[in-house]
Design a protein. Structure first.
Length: 254
């Protein structure tokens, strides 16, 4: 397997508090890697360093062998790393198709032209429709994003990330805030993207049954340190992981 994303000794401190400490991990191309850990383990902080929202105090982030540690979130997106947040990030007063079309145009470098109406951009519109189909929103193509259910907004956000031709999707708690009825919809979308094996997915999620079902591998953070990294079955049988979730480990666990 080829490593697409890698961290070396990734560390960040806020004042005297070390939130993430010397995390070394390799993420393989076209695999789904989940990040789990108790509250306060450093999962989102680690995510923010990968996506560029936070700069590490020490260590490096590599994308396809390139050191991207000093690059901005926008620069990382251009390289192929797309990030979703716990709060959906769509244009509420545009239709689903318009939201995705803008992402397609951005990726293709096609900007507004007063002489040429957007409907003449056949390739752009076809791509937008195809991405909406991928996330199972084809029947909502002309619906304003503001009118979508929360789970549908999540799917639209993923379609926009796909439209940017991102190679790595960073999904931060994609089921956060969803009703029980909505969760299966987003799972179906993530599963479909995973099964196509055309994208690498890195996922933060608290729903353990979901993690076990979807993941190729799981990394466990505990007090900012990498506690374990391996296949789901291996992780679930790991005594240190079991103790961490039961509260049996102390701050010096590694």
């Amino acid at each position: 397997m080829e490593t697409i994303l890698e961290t070396k000794d990734l560390t960040i401190a806020f004042g005297g508090h070390i939130a993430v400490s010397d995390v070394n991990v390799e993420i393989e191309r076209n695999q789904l890697k989940s990040i789990i850990g108790p509250n306060g383990a450093g999962k989102t902080t680690f995510f923010n360093m990968i996506s560029g929202q936070l700069k590490p105090t020490k260590g490096q982030v590599f994308f396809k062998g390139q050191d991207i540690t000093k690059l901005s979130p926008t620069e990382r997106t251009r390289l192929g790393i797309g990030r979703s947040f716990q709060i959906t990030n769509v244009f509420p007063h545009l239709t689903c198709h318009e939201n995705v079309r803008l992402a397609v145009q951005s990726q293709m470098g096609i900007f507004y032209n007063m002489i040429s109406h957007f409907k003449s951009l056949k390739e752009v519109n076809e791509k937008a429709s195809e991405f909406l189909k991928t996330v199972m929103l084809e029947d909502k193509e002309n619906e304003l994003a503001v009118n979508l259910a929360h789970g549908e907004k999540r799917k639209l956000e993923i379609a926009m990330l796909l439209a940017l031709e991102t190679e790595v999707l960073l999904l931060d708690e994609p089921t956060a805030g969803m009703s029980l009825e909505e969760v299966p919809m987003i799972l179906d979308v993530i599963r479909a993207i995973r099964d196509e094996r055309k994208r690498t997915i890195v996922l933060i999620e608290h729903k353990m049954d979901m993690i076990l079902d979807l993941s190729d591998s799981i990394m466990v953070l505990f007090h900012g340190k990498l506690l374990a990294d391996g296949e789901p079955e291996e992780i679930m049988q790991n005594e240190q992981v079991q103790r961490a979730y039961l509260g049996g480990l102390h701050n010096d666990a590694s």
